[in-house]
Design a protein around this ligand. Structure first.
Ligand SMILES: Cc1cc2nc3c(=O)[nH]c(=O)nc-3n(C[C@H](O)[C@H](O)[C@H](O)COP(=O)(O)OP(=O)(O)OC[C@H]3O[C@@H](n4cnc5c(N)ncnc54)[C@H](O)[C@@H]3O)c2cc1C
Length: 453
């Protein structure tokens, strides 16, 4: 049975992309309805409670702290005080020579004990021109691999680049575009108003960001429906006229609208939501090429003693499977019950490896050995462990030719009322920062459409 209800702009998906776009639209007086297929808000940032700990959907931190696109949006909406942020700044490398401080600015590079002094000077010479360049200039390097400037470096300095790429992109340096790397260095440069600090919601749970945004949408009379999966977008005469939705009772309904914002990976949505021949085949094939994602295996460990006071430690060197150890209870104790401590260790893998339980078991066992070798108290402190694998971390990789303006555009020429946000669409930054940046870029286009209709 099909019922007809006239509704405002439909946003498909309640992750960071969909909810930032929704919050910005309701703030300007537009009516929105967010339709989310799962029972929870947050998309890839969803958190859960497990044995009295708050577990994120894999380790999440907010790059660029209060300079991030997310914080900028909250500030513009005048709701930044609703998201209390813990600063993530006590970061170290761990090499066979022991712990080494993580540089927070250009000058810190000279104190980077991880590498010999001569290499530090060389590194500074390499990074300074990038840090003082402009975002416009970086576009010239979007097709160039980072390894173009690192290939002649000594192995210690290369290891440093690998650690930075792991921190910033959860990937190895040979997969990173020099343009995207340079934009990160520019935004991190404190001499140009940037910050290399990270943030995490002080109350625990990275999905707090999405809850703050969702509350704001509801306060402004927006509508959010979970357990509502959009099956089809109807386009007639090159204009959006409605969406077909399966609701929580499993019944199908048609919602009439002239505008839809898709916030989940565009290459998936283009192949799921449209009648054949509505979207140009060549365009779809071009966007399908963005379907290359980063994947990780991560393990939560609950402990009955505090192994370290640092917040993040990056084991450096090819010998380590563990690429990051995140002491979440040291970022904010609110994630764990009294007397217990939560850490998460992670490593990037191939997408196919996320389905290989033997491989995951071996990775977990290697990680445990490595953490015990750094922290001998680890084994006796361990209460429980919980391993997980994610095929989809970011919707697009940071590979040369697949970044910034080469991503999915926010509109498809010739189709009116159809918009795209989220981390697969035009934006720079990392993960949630790029999803929010896409909304900053796309919302003015949606508004201009709504105001002229
Ligand atoms: C393990 C892991 C670690 C990560 N670490 C970090 C990190 O440290 N820092 C960082 O910034 N980012 C990190 N990310 C990436 C970050 O989570 C994503 O980039 C970001 O959340 C993407 O937001 P989005 O809104 O674009 O998409 P999503 O969060 O994927 O939101 C899309 C939403 O659309 C919904 N949806 C899909 N299809 C339909 C449909 N047909 N109808 C209705 N709803 C639908 C989905 O259920 C989902 O809720 C990590 C991701 C993972 C998985």
């Amino acid at each position: 049975m099909i019922s007809f209800v006239a509704l405002p702009t439909i946003i498909i998906g309640a992750g960071v992309g969909g909810l930032t776009a929704g919050a910005m639209l309701v703030n300007k007086g537009h009516k929105v309805m967010v339709l989310e297929k799962s029972a929870k808000l947050g998309g890839r940032t969803t958190s859960m409670e497990y044995k009295n700990h708050i577990l994120d959907n894999g380790f999440h931190i907010m790059p660029f702290y209060k300079k991030s696109a997310i914080f900028t949006i909250l500030k513009n909406l005048q709701i930044e005080s609703r998201l209390k942020l813990a600063k993530v700044h006590d970061i170290a490398f761990y090499a066979d020579t022991g712990f080494h401080i993580y540089p927070k600015g250009m000058i810190d590079l000279l104190k980077l004990s991880l590498i010999p002094f001569k290499s530090r000077v060389r590194l500074l010479k390499l990074l300074l021109p990038l840090a003082f360049s402009s975002i416009e200039k970086t576009e010239l390097w979007d097709e160039v691999p980072l390894t173009k400037i690192t290939s002649n470096l000594d192995s210690d300095t290369k290891a440093f680049f690998e650690a930075v790429c792991m921190l910033a992109f959860a990937d190895t340096a040979d997969h990173i575009s020099l343009g995207e790397f340079a934009r990160t260095i520019i935004r991190a440069n404190p001499f140009k108003g940037g910050t290399s600090e990270f943030a995490y919601p002080d109350n625990g749970g990275y999905d707090s960001i999405c809850h703050v945004l969702a509350d704001f949408i509801l306060e402004k009379d927006g509508n959010i429906q979970t357990k509502h999966s959009v099956k089809k977008i109807i386009i007639e005469n090159s204009k959006v006229t409605g969406v077909v939705v399966i609701d929580s009772l499993n019944s199908e309904k048609l919602i009439a609208t002239n505008s839809v914002v898709i916030s989940y990976p565009a290459y998936t949505a283009l192949n799921q939501l449209f009648e054949e021949n509505i979207i140009d085949k060549e365009f779809v094939q071009k966007i399908d090429k963005l379907n290359k994602t980063t994947s990780v295996v991560e393990v939560h460990f609950a402990l009955n003693s505090q192994l370290d006071t640092r917040q993040v430690v990056f084991p450096v060197g090819a010998n380590y499977v563990t690429k990051g150890i995140f002491f979440i209870s040291n970022i904010t104790p609110s994630v764990s019950p009294p007397g217990e401590h939560l850490i998460i260790a992670g490593t990037p893998v191939l997408p196919s490896e996320t389905e290989d339980s033997e491989k995951i078991k071996n990775i977990v066992s290697k990680m445990k050995q490595e953490i015990s070798s750094i922290y001998p108290k680890f084994d006796s402190s361990l209460i429980w462990e919980r391993a997980m694998a994610w095929k989809l971390v970011e919707s697009v990789v940071k590979e040369p030719g697949k970044v910034w303006k080469s991503k999915m555009p926010h509109e498809i020429p010739g189709i009116s009322g159809l918009f795209f946000v989220g981390d697969s669409t035009i934006s720079y930054g990392i993960g949630t920062d790029s999803a929010a940046h896409s909304s900053i870029l796309c919302v003015p286009k949606i508004e201009s459409f709504l105001n002229s209709n």
